[in-house]
Design a protein around this ligand. Structure first.
Ligand SMILES: *Cc1c(COP(=O)(O)O)cnc(C)c1O
Ligand code: SF4
Length: 336
């Protein structure tokens, strides 16, 4: 036998890209030609939620601009350390709803599974940045319990794989998980909530498309992009592949101060999403999670922006402005 490694054994390109992500602030600043003196959170303060950004995403940032809307989303600002009384660790009440195996069942017919705590990028405004993933996520040795829990509740028609980013798991694992879900008769839909096709478009490979289309469950993918500049050519190719496989694509964004809180930016985002085959779904008001106060946009401002947007775009390009209110049976629609 010759010693050629079979193709299955090669590390997929997306995993290599993950290991090459920027994690050292000084290195990112140098790459972006920003001053090394740019204020940042102290390393000790960001230990639980460090800097992390894939190179391909950093390449979409303007050089030399500390106000770049993509840079602001990932840069650990010293403002994260400022205490704010109303910004807490579990802002959306997820912890009280958590069931065996990493399931959050808050809404009728849909169960959300915390499939992993890992992400390709660390978004500084993330509402799960303090989530105790270690104890709660549906890691593989909990899958049996998780599948049993889902199988026991016939009101559940849709499973949402979330995280973290569910696409941080390997395709082998995801294929196994999808197969397990496929065997639960009352499930109809399989939804992915993922930012990876945006920040790491090489993640959309043949293996992913294979398992996602192999099940009898109807797949749907909800992406997460906040600014038109995130949607470059490589992302367009990734979304085209998903669409060619028959998978409907929606997007959720978070309304973020300094990132996308102008009419022009929201309009370009919707238009660019449509160009790459994605419809805007939700525009979230920020969840009041500790360390994210400097991203908050006032609800009245958000409402006015979405109403203005509706005066400029077809209805299908206007996202619903929503807020997650702990204890409510659905996301609360604020506008449109
Ligand atoms: C947002 C969310 C969902 C999905 O809600 P949709 O309105 O169907 O998009 C499901 N479960 C949880 C816990 C959520 O936060
Ligand atoms: S990709 Fe999603 S879950 Fe991960 S840090 Fe960003 S917002 Fe949070």
């Amino acid at each position: 036998m010759n010693a050629v490694t079979s193709p299955q054994r090669l590390v997929p390109a997306w995993q290599t890209a993950l290991t090459e992500a920027f994690t050292r602030p000084a290195e990112l600043l140098e790459f972006l030609r920003l001053p090394a003196s740019l204020p940042a959170l102290r390393l000790a303060e960001m230990r639980d939620f460090p800097l992390r950004v894939p190179r391909g995403f950093a390449e979409r940032m303007a050089k030399g601009n500390p106000r770049d809307p993509l840079f602001l989303q990932i840069w650990p600002s010293p403002r994260e350390a400022e205490p704010h009384r109303d910004f807490v660790v579990d802002a959306v009440g997820d912890l009280s709803k958590l069931k065996a195996g990493g399931i959050i069942h808050k809404y009728h017919g849909r169960a959300l599974v915390i499939a992993t705590g890992a992400c390709a990028v660390n978004c500084r405004y993330c509402f799960r940045r303090h989530f105790p993933y270690g104890e709660t996520r549906a890691s593989r040795n909990h899958w049996r319990a998780m599948l049993a829990e889902l199988a026991a509740d016939e009101t559940i028609e849709e499973v949402i794989l979330s995280g973290g980013d569910p696409l941080s798991l390997t395709d082998d694992k995801l294929a196994e998980l999808a197969q397990g879900l496929d065997e639960i008769p009352h499930l109809k839909r399989l939804r992915l909530h993922t930012r990876q096709p945006i920040v790491l478009p090489e993640r959309v490979n043949d293996d992913l498309l294979d398992w996602l289309t192999a099940t009898r469950l109807k797949p749907i993918v909800v992406l997460h992009a906040n600014h038109a500049n995130e949607l470059d050519k490589a992302v367009g190719l990734a979304t085209a592949r998903l669409r060619a496989a028959g998978i409907p694509l929606l997007n959720q964004s978070v309304l973020l101060a300094g990132v996308n809180d102008t009419l022009d930016e929201l309009k370009s985002l919707s238009e660019r999403l449509f160009e790459v085959g994605v419809l805007p779904y939700y525009l979230h008001l920020l969840d009041r999670v500790q360390g994210s106060a400097h991203f908050e946009v006032d609800e009245a401002v958000g409402k006015a922006l979405v109403r203005e947007l509706a005066g400029h775009l077809p209805g299908y390009l206007v996202p619903r402005l929503v807020r997650e209110i702990a204890g409510k049976p659905a996301k609360t629609w604020i506008a449109w």
